[in-house]
Structures are given as C-alpha cells and as structure tokens.
Design a protein around this ligand. Structure first.
Ligand code: ADP
Length: 217
C-alpha cells in the first residue's frame, strides 16, 4: 500500500498521515519532518535548511532526494508507506517515478485533500507541534489542544510553533502550492490514481472520507 498525500499548506496532511499510519500499519514519511530534523544540525546544510524552511521556500531537490531515498530504502517501507510533502512539484514526481521503476515498486493511491483558503489561514496560526515526536496540536481548535499547556500528550516533549506557521510564510507557501504543486493533480489524474477528498470539516469526518477511498483501493 503506497499512498501520496497532496494538499495545500496546513490542510492537515500530517494529521491524517498519522491516523493512516496507525490504522494501516505503514510508516509515515514526511519530508517536512525529515527536513526539520536536518535544520537542527549545526553545520552548513543545517543552517541552509533552517533558513529556507522559515521563509516557506522549497529546499533544494538534491537535499530532499538524498534524505527521502535513504528513508525509503529502510526495511519498514517494504510493505508500503505514506508520503506526506513529496512530490511537491513536477520534477520531483518524475524523479519519484524513476525511483519506483528502479525499485520495481508501484505508485499506489494519490489523495488530494482540498480545503478552503480561509480555513487554512485559521489553522496555520493556531498550529503547534511537538519538537520531539512531531505530534500536531491546534490552539484554535478545542478538540486539538494538548492536555497540559505546552507539553506533548504522547511523549511529554516541548510543544512549539513552527517557524513557517505565520501568515507571511503561509501566503508564500500557498502561492507556491498553486504554482508548483497543483500541476501534479493533472499529472496523477492522467495516470488514473488520483482521489479528491473534501478536507473541510472535522478531523473525524475527513478521516472517514479518506478511509472510504482506501478501503475501495
Ligand atoms: P505543510 O504540511 O504545512 O505543507 P510540511 O511539513 O509538509 O508543511 O513542509 C514544510 C516545509 O518543508 C515546506 O514549506 C518546504 O519548505 C519544505 N519541504 C517539504 N517537503 C519538500 C519537498 N518535497 N521539496 C522541497 N521542500 C520541501
């Protein structure tokens, strides 16, 4: 079972990916999370990634390919995985097709989660993440608050706000999504593997819609 999630910034990709991971027992591979780890490194690449992420810009392809290919070659990816944040542009989709061919693997299901822009802005300013395990919270959504202020329910790690979760960086990421990521929709539609999910609504409702598609596949 291979799954690709495509959605505008802050649509909930990470949240749904974590739910799919638990339900279908396949690893969740978030290029955003992998890059946030690289950004903590105190070397030149770490500094470059940290700077790039905080502006909401795409990280250079070579760096993304290197961390992704390394992760996909790990043992737990053998029976499938959820890709969250990759591919993000046409060149990356083409590169990924080549990689699948090399590995004799298949594309699987592509889920497009659509959410109204107004709702995305509301979510992005409220989003908080655990700096240790990546768990996602939202201070604007009562059901998504941590039990204790600033402490992760899962691992007791420190809950922080991502450097790119502000209105300015969001606007840049959203514009980039429209320009670079949206063309992937036609690309995957023509391959017959794209399913569109209405991502407006509560997490549970959207998750049901996702499950309906995945059980049919
Ligand atoms: P969101 O879910 O809000 O879109 P992500 O955690 O997926 O955020 O990604 C955060 C940031 O990481 C992106 O804005 C971008 O800077 C970088 N990033 C993630 N995936 C890629 C990728 N495939 N190519 C280039 N940059 C990426």
């Amino acid at each position: 079972m291979n799954i690709i999630l495509i959605a505008p910034p802050s649509a909930g990709k990470g949240t749904y990916a974590k739910e799919i991971k638990n339900k279908y027992k396949i690893p969740h591979i978030s290029t955003g999370e992998l890059l946030r780890k690289v950004a903590k490194r105190e070397d030149e690449i770490g500094e470059y990634v940290q700077e790039t992420l905080s502006h909401g810009e795409f990280v250079k392809d070579e760096i993304v390919y290197e961390i992704l290919e390394k992760r996909l070659s790990e043992e737990d990816c053998k029976n499938g995985y959820i890709l969250d944040g990759f591919p993000r542009k046409l060149e990356q989709a083409i590169r990924y097709d080549e990689l699948l061919e090399e590995k004799h693997n298949h594309l699987g299901t592509v889920l497009l989660i659509e959410v109204e822009k107004d709702l995305l802005v509301k979510r992005v300013t409220g989003r908080r993440v655990c700096s240790d395990c990546g768990a996602i919270y939202n201070i604007n959504i009562p059901a998504s608050l941590p039990k204790e202020d600033l402490i992760c329910d899962n691992c007791s790690g420190k809950i922080i706000q991502r450097s790119d979760d502000n209105v300015e960086a969001f606007e840049y990421r959203y514009k980039t999504y429209l320009e670079k990521t949206k063309p992937l929709i036609e690309y995957y539609k023509s391959k017959g593997c794209l399913y569109t999910i209405d991502g407006n609504g509560d997490k549970e409702v959207v998750m049901k819609r996702i499950e309906e598609v995945l059980t049919k596949e």
